[in-house]
Design a protein around this ligand. Structure first.
Ligand code: FES
Length: 242
């Protein structure tokens, strides 16, 4: 089975298809889609290579792992309360799709691509303008905390509802990482939901790829087997958050 095929696009106004990992491997393959793409099933592991357990994730801490490419950072967050379920989201081009829910025993664990859908601000080893803002902190981007904020132009995304836009310059949700939660509490990334930003990202940040990943070809390598997952504070030197 070719897991890189696309799931069928759900056009605006058409019946919305819930994207469920079990369906991804089922009959919903199509070659004309853009809103869901299955990538290599990859286990999230810590810096020592030990599998991360969902129940061991600290609450409201932003963790970073690179997926589905060696240079594309994603955020993993264990939220303070269960996420919403079956959230209908809309891409910039007007296509609807459904983000299922968080994973883990309490449905609190979520992952999103940490590349802002406005102008692609993303964490690098030098600095990060995008992160989850815990409930106890304030942000200038939104009147409530417990949201993901890109401090470049103050966009806020709903961490518990598929990263839909709450405010600011962004006009579509962050891409979501589709996660699977295994019976042994381990976490696996299996695909990406939402409008693809990776190709623009690869075009825009070529110089950075040389600095951090050895070059554009290395940066575009697909991640497989496992993805090292560390706290944002360990991934980057400086976090800028307004
Ligand atoms: S790049 Fe994120 S809000 Fe502009």
């Amino acid at each position: 089975m070719d897991r890189r095929n696309f799931l069928k696009v759900v056009a605006a106004g058409a019946t919305v298809v819930a994207v469920n990992p079990s369906l991804i491997r089922g009959n919903l393959y199509a070659s004309d889609g853009t809103l869901y793409k299955a990538y290599e099933k990859t286990q999230l592991v810590d810096a020592a290579g030990k599998p991360i357990k969902a129940s061991a994730l600290l609450k409201e801490v932003t963790y970073i792992f690179n997926y589905p490419y060696a240079s594309t950072p994603c955020m993993l967050i264990n939220l303070p309360k269960p996420t919403e379920k079956e959230v209908t989201l809309k891409s910039e081009s007007g296509e609807s799709y459904i983000w299922k829910n968080g994973i883990g025993k309490e449905r609190t664990v979520v992952a999103y691509v940490a590349i802002c859908t406005h102008q692609m601000t993303h964490p690098t080893p030098n600095d990060s303008f995008i992160a989850y803002v815990p409930k106890a902190k304030k942000t200038m981007a939104y009147d409530k905390s417990g949201v993901i904020v890109c401090s470049s132009h103050l966009s806020a995304f709903d961490a518990g509802a598929g990263a839909k836009v709450l405010g600011g310059a962004a006009t579509q949700p962050l891409q979501a990482v589709v996660l699977e939660h295994a019976a042994d509490d381990t976490i696996w990334a299996v695909g990406i939901l939402g409008q693809d930003k990776f190709h623009d990202y690869f075009r825009e940040f070529r110089p950075e790829f040389k600095e951090f990943y050895g070059g554009p070809a290395e940066a575009k390598k697909l991640v497989s087997i496992s993805a090292k997952t560390v706290k944002l504070t360990e991934f980057t030197k400086e976090i800028i958050q307004y």
